[in-house]
Every structure is written in C-alpha cells, then in structure tokens.
Ligand binder design. Sequence first.
Ligand code: PLA
Length: 477
Amino acid sequence: MRQQNTSLEAHGFESPTTESSFSSSISSSSSATDRRLKALARHLVDSSPVMDSHSQNPNDTVSPSPTSSAFHADSVFAHLVRAPEDPILGVTVAYNKDPSPIKLNLGVGAYRTEEGKPLVLNVVRQAEQQLVNDRSRVKEYLPIVGLAEYNKLSAKLILGADSPAIQENRVTTVQCLSGTGSLRVGGEFLARHYHQLTIYIPLPTWGNHPKVFTLAGLSVKTYRYYDPATRGLDFQGLLEDLGSAPSGAIVLLHACAHNPTGVDPTIQQWEQIRQLMRSKALLPFFDSAYQGFASGSLDADAQPVRMFVADGGECLVAQSYAKNMGLYGERVGALSIVCKSADVASRVESQLKLVIRPMYSSPPIHGASIVATILKDRNLYTEWTIELKAMADRIISMRQQLFDALRARGTPGDWSHIIKQIGMFTFTGLNSEQVAFMTREYHIYMTSDGRISMAGLSSRTVPHLADAIHAAVTSFA
Ligand code: PLA
C-alpha cells in the first residue's frame, strides 16, 4: 500500500516521550506536522532563485496591476485535478441532484422517521430549551479538553457508572469533534507518543478509518474480519491475523454494530479476542459510534469495551453522539484513554492538549452542553433511553420487513443475513454493477459496496427497495 510507505517514511520513528515540556513535545512530533513543515521549507528554498532572478534591479518590484501579465496568468491552482467525491458523503451529493420524486437515500448512516424525515430527539429539544432559558450561560471558550462535566459523563456512559478505572482516576477524557475527531486526536497522540506505529483495522471497515489514521501519522494494516461466503465473521482469520501482528501493535475495534458489515463478534468471541490481544500486548482502540443503536441498550452495546477495561489493561475509546442522540451536525464526541495509573492519565491528558491546541484550539460548546444536560438529569436520561430504543427497534423492524418483502417476491438467494446483521447497516452482498443499476433505474442511492442504511428505510419505501433488489439480482446474477 502506498499510504503505508508514505506514512512510515514520513514518520522516521523517534522514541516516545512522556515529558510534558513544550520543546520535547515539538521535537517528538514527527509525522504529519514534520511532513508539512518540510514541504513548506522545500517550497521556500526551491522558489527563492526564481525570485532573485526577477529582482536584479532593486527598483524592479512586482506590480500586480490589472494590466500585468501575472494578473492574466493561470490560477496558482490550475494544476489541480478534480478530486473524487467521498465514497459515502458523495452518495448524498448525487442524491440531492436527482429530481426524481421516488428517490431514496440509503447511503449515509443517518436516522429517518417512518415519514422519511430527519429526527431531532424530544430530549434534545428539551435540553436546548433549558440551555436557552438559562441567562447565566455565556459563549466563552471552553478549555482545550472541552466541557469537564461532559467528559466525566461520557466516560461513565461508555465505561459504566461503577467503573473502577473511573473511580481510580485512571481515565482521561477529552471532548472532540464527534467520532471522527476523536479518532484523529487519538491517532495523532499515538503517532507522537506510542512505540508502535502500526494500526490494524478490520477488513472491511468504515472507509474513513484508513485515511484518518494515515494522516495522523500511523501506518495502516488490515486484519481479516468478514467472510463474504458466510456473510458472517471470519473469526479464524481474525485470530490468525491478530496472532501474527507484531507485539504492541494498535488494533482498531468497532465497539458494536460493525460498519459496514453489521456483523459483531459474540461475547464469547470477544473474550477470546481480549485474551489474545492482552497476551500479545496489542493496544485496543475502540471506535464506539453506535452505542445503543445495535441492541437498543446502552449497556449491552458497551459490553466489549467494558470487558477490556475490567482486566485492568489500557485502551483508547472514541465516542460519538451523532447517531445515538441524533446530534450529527453538532459534532459531539469524546476520546477516552484508560491508563494504568492516575499519574500517567494526567500526563497523557497534558499531551493530548498539545495535540488539540494547534489543530482547532478548543471544541464547540453547544452540542456538549446538550449532551451533559441530558446525561446528568435522571428524567431526561430515562427519556433518552426510551427514544434511543425506539430508533433501534424501528431499524430492527425494517430488517424484518425487507427480508419478508424479498421472500414474498421469491428473490433468488439467502437473505437471512438481513435479519442477522445488527446496527444501522445491512451489507447486502449486492455488487457494484447491481448497485449502479438500482440507482439508475430505481433512484435508490447507496454506497457501491452494497451497504444500505436501514435507518433510511421506512414501511412505505420497503416495497420499492425490494422491487429494485429483485430486479438487480435477476438481471445481473
Ligand atoms: N466511526 C464509524 C464506524 C462510523 O460509521 C462513523 C460514521 C464515524 C466513526 C464518524 O461519525 P461522526 O464523526 O459523525 O461521529 N459513519 C457514517 C457517516 C454514519 C460518515 O461516513 O461520516 C456512515 O455513513 O458510514
């Protein structure tokens, strides 16, 4: 993979440091920052002779008058090629351009009601009302690590209220820009301070993972996860690949509702994964973007993370409130790093601040205030769990309806994976040709890997989707 080489070359690994002085942190921040600075320096050196040759006469200054040739020259960006749209978010771009009244967007994982409308949770509206009514609230900057109360509550939500790691102050949590920002901050922290620069991600995984971690300065490798033949977990392959990973390597794990496959290990399989990873000192980095969305229970969906924390070992967790609170555009997330001692955790936090400050300084206040308001109020919290369960249940019922509709049509193939898979997505097994056909003929939009967002479906649109799948499967076997 080209990306891996670039990442390794650019990284020029240096020994990890836990010192918190400014200069030590700068000297240890290889990777992305260094690469950018080097490129800038090269550019300045390369361009200096050209400038000299133009300025032999001290009076010969550059005059950007409208008549000068420089003014009419090509754009300094004329050499740019058009970048492709994002494989997931680009689906929405294409959908928005389609004038068809029957169009259906099953691309991005965004919850829709039975009426096909985006949903603002009732508890979110209530929390926002409380915030607006509170005249004492101001718009000052948050600290670099975000809203303290929000961070504490987020750690409790994922690790459990009675987590010994929290009680022993071994967890540091920083508010980040949703799940993506949490992954990026965690990735950059590891690239600066962890002794192993390779991160293993499942095959397949969310399309942004390799980009996030490569640009953070890590080297990305994959481990086997999904078996297309069984449409289930390739557990043997997973154990073999993690078993042959170098000691200390970082392993990205989807906490629940694996994207895009909808296939999760069982609790027994998680336990085997945990034992293997701990025996090889592999560092778990959990991506928890769907807590509560898989089973409808916040605790059940956090179980794999809690198993890894219960053994006393270290791990990272990236959380997102995009899906479970429907706060997509508010960009609310958190990165927690569980450490062996309170002392280490506080030094880790001091270094996280040095990652965040030059990146975006501090996170936004509104979304985190909504989340904190809900999590700390017993009534709002209970109401939230009910609304969350209703969303999860609606998705589960869509699975059943789609499965029944395909059976009723006699669509060739075994579609039981639709009801077995879990979370927001079904990994249909449709190929890119079939997907293109469904978009062209039925105006159904989805990612080219055959992933459909069940949360974008409703009882009203299931027959249309089933017709399209039936036609695609029978036209392109
Ligand atoms: N991690 C996983 C596994 C995800 O699926 C997503 C979102 C994120 C992190 C990041 O979400 P956040 O930054 O909004 O919190 N995946 C979506 C959206 C829902 C996307 O691609 O950005 C998806 O359609 O796959």
